[in-house]
Write a protein that binds this ligand. Structure first.
Ligand SMILES: N[C@@H](CCC(=O)N[C@@H](CS)C(=O)NCC(=O)O)C(=O)O
Length: 218
């Protein structure tokens, strides 16, 4: 059976949302981030990203990772693209090489042009610093650096409901989960209404909500 390593409060959400969409059964190993634990290498520490048992799966020690019928994969976006191709009925994954290329393009675009600055915004909010002068200034810098990729994405979504091929696909999951890190920063969402509407469309799906409830309960 498919094994998914990684707790809900991590980039594993990309994979866990997809498993909900596909109604895919899996064995969940809720590996935690080592930095959430006081002593991650203690013998009685819960399985985490520094545990030898997890490092044997992913030598980099980042979550998520999967094992599927002997195949071991890490890198969240490679995992979602693989699972969509392997297990989709043909809707969530690519139908042909052209769609495959487009899904790959958006995954790499989101990971390389958006994720780092979106994560900065998410971290400022998570640390409760969004109302401080320093926090606001840092968020503004990150938001400024996001203008160029956001403009491109806004343009792409102006006359489309979804990222690729006029249907909801793994490309929406990958991109939406990366944009979610910046979602609570109002000035950005107000400046890009097509992005905001598409994010809402993706997050109103029952599979996203099911994943989100499990994340909140973790
Ligand atoms: N590019 C990787 C990043 C993986 C990653 O850094 N995951 C974080 C959790 S969101 C993690 O494992 N942090 C704990 C650690 O690195 O020890 C991916 O998308 O899978």
């Amino acid at each position: 059976m498919l094994k998914v390593y990684g707790c809900y409060k991590s980039r594993a959400t990309r994979v866990l949302w997809l498993t909900e969409e596909l109604e895919l059964a899996f064995d969940h190993i809720p590996v935690l981030q080592a930095n959430k634990l006081e002593n991650p290498t203690a013998p009685d520490a819960p399985i985490n990203t520094r545990s030898p048992a997890f490092l044997a799966v992913n030598p980099f020690g980042g979550i998520p990772a999967i094992e599927d019928d002997g195949l071991v994969l890490f890198e969240s976006l490679a995992i979602t693209l693989y699972l969509a191709k392997q297990y989709s009925d043909g809707n969530l994954g690519p139908k042909d090489l052209e769609e495959d290329g487009q899904m790959m393009q958006w995954a790499l675009f989101a990971a390389t042009e958006i994720e780092a600055n979106a994560l900065k915004i998410s971290k400022i909010a998570a640390d409760g610093r969004m109302d401080s002068e320093a926090g606001k200034a840092e968020a503004e810098v990150a938001a400024r650096l996001l203008q160029r990729p956001f403009k491109a994405l806004e343009q792409h979504l102006l006359n489309r409901l979804y990222m690729v091929a006029d249907r909801f696909t793994v490309a929406d999951i990958n991109t939406a989960e990366i944009l979610r890190y910046a979602q609570n920063y109002k000035p950005l969402m107000e400046a890009y209404p097509a992005i905001a509407a598409w994010l809402e469309r993706c997050q109103s799906r029952p599979a996203f909500k099911a994943m989100w409830e499990k994340r909140a309960a973790e």
